[in-house]
Design a protein around this ligand. Structure first.
Ligand code: ATP
Ligand code: MG
Length: 472
């Protein structure tokens, strides 16, 4: 396989080839860029490796650009990065790695081309393209990575036990690549993951979550989660999700397996949206089912309050997983808390007031909430599924009607606290809050419209009932 035409079509490759010749080192394109080129997938970031100093090569490449290109040098790691318009370009010198058994900090030593390929995580990533005149454009494939690409197989170049024990993050990467590329994991490689899963403990949560979020953003995330579960990697960092697995029966009554249900919901949401946080809401929506599970002789299994408890569990789980605790967490929490509300609105006799309350609580996230609810319908009975989804169509129509009429999204009371204080001559107090709350209730109950004049009129009536005399 030869990619010389591809290399000639992009300035950066010719510059690196020239720079390597100038300073007398052998240079190669390596890693994911090569893999993605072979697979005809788009790839942005490029990694270069040279047998020599990666930093010197980067500095020479920089000199070859007439315009200024920003260069960052990481002396400790022996790497350098150029920021080009097309993407980030990394340079590293060939190295071999040997690990001390007590730590995952590698001792980095300069190595040969082959030693550098050996330390890479998977055969499909241990591919290089030569930038050197004698074999310019040739793919160098020391471990059968090209065959593994054609077999769609994730496999370590060396003994998988050692590969994973040296750097346990590679186990997460194996599943991440399997999920992204829709590949299988070679049996020996997978067995070594199951044996070393407990070693994931020594990896920082931040690095684990980068890989997990990549799995979540893959086309069909359930596949990656099933691998995480089967290998027991999931047990190392997400026991709450593992606890959803399993079916219990009492008196011939059993509940559904909430782990596989959750994965189906996640796939359903993912088929419609790339929003990472909507996908996280799917993962979290039933997270409190295990701690709220009860058996009742008459009705069977119940999970009362799992939506509220799940919402309360969300910050703690996000914190431990080093996920953001800002409005993204709040969004997930909100969807978890509200995920049963639209179901309650399916009934024909549902009141406008109930619809208004949901609109007010969901705000701009109402469409995402409805997507989650639709995704939550995972019955195998197609007639049932259709009936449920038709019901949600009806709820959405009703919501749209009420919204058009009352404009309740991102509701702000038409009379502000300041105005109440000003007009009634009150200082900041509980009384002001009570009046505001009564006005809001009146709007929700449809006694008045979401309108300033009507709200102000009612404000005077409430004030009078409370014995307040407005100042003139
Ligand atoms: P992506 O498309 O996600 O960027 P990638 O294969 O380029 O995938 P990177 O994390 O960018 O992955 O790493 C670049 C290359 O460095 C990999 O292809 C692999 O050869 C090597 N590599 C990265 N991380 C490790 C690791 N933990 N152990 C061994 N080799 C690794
Ligand atoms: Mg990369």
């Amino acid at each position: 396989m030869n990619f010389s035409d591809h290399l000639r079509s992009q300035e950066i490759f010719m510059k690196v080839a020239k720079a390597a010749e100038n300073i007398g080192v052998k240079a190669y394109v390596v890693g994911g860029y090569v893999r993605d080129l072979v697979m005809e997938r788009g790839s942005k970031d490029i990694d270069f490796m040279c047998v020599g100093s990666g930093i010197e090569l980067a500095e020479e490449v920089k000199r070859l650009y007439p315009k200024h290109v920003p260069l960052s040098v990481f002396r400790n790691f022996g790497t350098a990065m150029l920021k080009l318009e097309e993407g980030e370009v990394e340079f590293v010198g060939a190295r071999k790695e040997s690990y001390r058994s007590d730590s995952r900090k590698p001792l980095v030593e300069t190595g040969t081309f082959l030693e550098d390929m050996e330390r890479r995580d998977f055969t499909i990533n241990a591919l290089a393209i030569s930038l050197n005149s004698e074999d310019f454009g040739e793919v160098i494939d020391p471990f059968g990575g090209l065959i593994d690409i054609s077999k769609k197989m994730i496999k370590t170049p060396m003994d998988p036990e050692i590969t994973f024990s040296d750097d346990p993050l590679r186990m997460m990467r194996a599943i991440r690549f399997a999920a992204q590329l829709k590949f299988d994991i070679d049996a020996d490689t997978f067995y070594a993951i199951t044996k070393n899963a407990h070693r994931l403990k020594i990896i920082s949560m931040e690095r684990i979550i980068v890989e997990l979020n990549n799995i979540i953003l893959s086309e069909q995330p359930s596949y990656g989660f099933k691998l995480l579960f089967a290998s027991k990697l999931l047990h190392e960092f997400f026991p709450e999700l593992v606890a959803l697995q399993g079916v219990e029966s009492v008196d011939d009554k059993s509940h559904k397996d909430n782990f596989y249900h959750t994965l189906k919901v996640l796939d359903n949401v993912s088929a419609k949206s790339d929003n990472l946080w909507l996908r996280w809401a799917a993962i979290m929506h039933d997270i409190a089912k295990p701690p709220t599970k009860r058996f009742n002789k008459k009705v069977g299994w119940t999970f009362h309050g799992h939506e509220d408890k799940g919402a309360r569990m969300t910050p703690g789980i996000f914190k431990r997983l080093k996920l953001p605790l800002d409005e993204r967490m709040k969004y997930v929490q909100k969807l978890v808390r509200l995920h049963l509300r639209p179901i309650a609105l399916v009934k024909d006799e549902v009141t406008d007031s109930a619809l208004r309350r949901l609109l007010m609580d969901a705000g701009d996230d109402i469409e995402d909430l409805m997507q989650l609810c639709r995704a939550d319908v995972t019955s195998k009975n197609n007639r049932k599924v259709k009936r449920y989804l038709d019901n949600f169509d009806k709820v959405e129509r009703k919501l749209a009607e009420v919204e058009e009429r009352d404009q309740l999204r991102n509701f702000q009371p038409p009379v502000s606290g300041e105005e109440i204080m000003e007009v009634l001559g009150l200082s900041p107090s509980k009384m002001v809050g009570d009046i505001k709350e009564e006005l809001k209730e009146a709007i929700l109950e449809g006694k008045i419209e979401n309108d300033h004049a009507q709200a102000k009129e009612l404000m005077f009536i409430i004030a009078e009932q409370k014995g307040i005399t407005p100042k003139k």
